[in-house]
Design a protein around this ligand. Structure first.
Ligand code: ATP
Ligand code: MG
Length: 291
């Protein structure tokens, strides 16, 4: 098979891990930067270029689309879909998962428990929205935050409202979210490939920090999932039609809450923590689909 990895940087751990997994199974692999791919739209003849050349056909594409190139990257993935190439993440699912608000709207509408979340474009409504969402503490969040950057804990309603107003002044819409204190600065990452949980870990923020992102210095360890957590994680990926995903769960007093679903989940944390060959599972999934 000829497999293409769409990645802005081939030196990244996840990309390297996938390259090794493809090659060790005797397949061919290429890595293209999605921003170096060009789309040609024409009746009955969808094509792609890489740099100045028309692109050869691939059997499968593994999109690793970062937040810096979501729209363009998803458009490239969509073009592969129109060309009949198998993609491990569909462009629609990628876009839904990347938009934190849209993702929560979809999940909540399908019966998945999520932290109470709201958004308001008008300053005069913030107070009222706030009262429906949270008590004193809240989390204010950029819709496209990553690595915990743009995720702010407000300790009081007054403080939270002034943060939201500040973002509005610079033209940014932000989410107002109930702060899940019970999570105690931790979250659970559940890694799913082809409807199966292939690894899970608990990430714990450093002392005094509430964000459990590895990039914010959090530590991680293997965790045993409850049946309820397994079910909710699998259901979230089914709803978003994602076959490969990282589902982030907060443990709360009212049960597990899905915080977000990542359609391009990194492999370094999960492979390092669980010592599992997750990249290998992804390639096996492609082999099974194209068999
Ligand atoms: N409502 C909340 N209550 C408690 N903790 C939260 C809440 N929202 C976020 N956190 C903490 O902050 C961290 C970062 O938030 P979130 O995952 O929403 O954004 P992000 O990490 O920037 O996005 P991405 O995971 O897509 O890179 C979470 O992993 C979690 O530890
Ligand atoms: Mg996160």
């Amino acid at each position: 098979m000829k497999i293409l990895i769409l990645s802005r940087n081939r030196a990244l751990y996840s990309t390297q891990s996938l390259i090794r997994a493809v090659e060790s199974r005797g397949h061919e692999v290429e890595v293209f930067d999605p921003l170096q791919c060009n789309i040609l739209v024409e009746k009955g003849n969808p094509r792609l270029m890489i740099g100045l050349d028309l692109m050869d056909r691939f059997d499968a594409v593994i999109p690793r689309i970062g937040a810096s190139a979501t729209y363009y990257g998803a458009s490239i993935v969509r073009q592969f879909e129109y060309m009949g190439t198998f993609v491990t993440v569909k462009s629609d699912s990628l876009l839904k998962a990347r938009d934190k608000l849209h993702c929560l709207q979809i999940l909540a509408s399908q019966g998945i428990d999520v932290p109470r979340t709201g958004i308001s474009a008008g300053d005069y409504c913030i107070s009222a929205v706030y009262d429906h969402i949270s008590g004193d503490k809240s989390v204010i969040k950029l819709i496209a935050s990553t690595q915990g950057l743009g995720v702010i804990l407000a300790h009081s309603k007054i403080q939270g409202m002034s943060v939201v107003e500040g973002f509005h002044r610079v033209g940014e819409d932000v989410l107002i979210q109930e702060f899940i204190q019970d999570a105690k600065g931790s979250d659970i990452r559940v890694f799913i490939v082809d409807g199966e949980i292939v690894g899970s870990m608990k990430r714990q923020a450093v002392d005094g920090e509430f964000r459990s992102n590895i990039h914010r210095g959090a530590s991680s360890e293997i965790v045993q999932l409850t049946e309820q957590e397994k079910l909710i994680a699998l259901k979230a990926t089914q709803i978003l039609d994602l076959q490969i995903a990282g589902v982030d769960i907060l443990r709360s007093g009212r049960g597990p809450l899905v915080l977000e679903v990542n359609a391009s989940p990194g492999l370094e944390g999960i492979e390092g923590t669980t010592k599992m060959d997750i990249a290998g599972k992804i390639i096996e999934y492609i082999e099974k689909k194209l068999d």
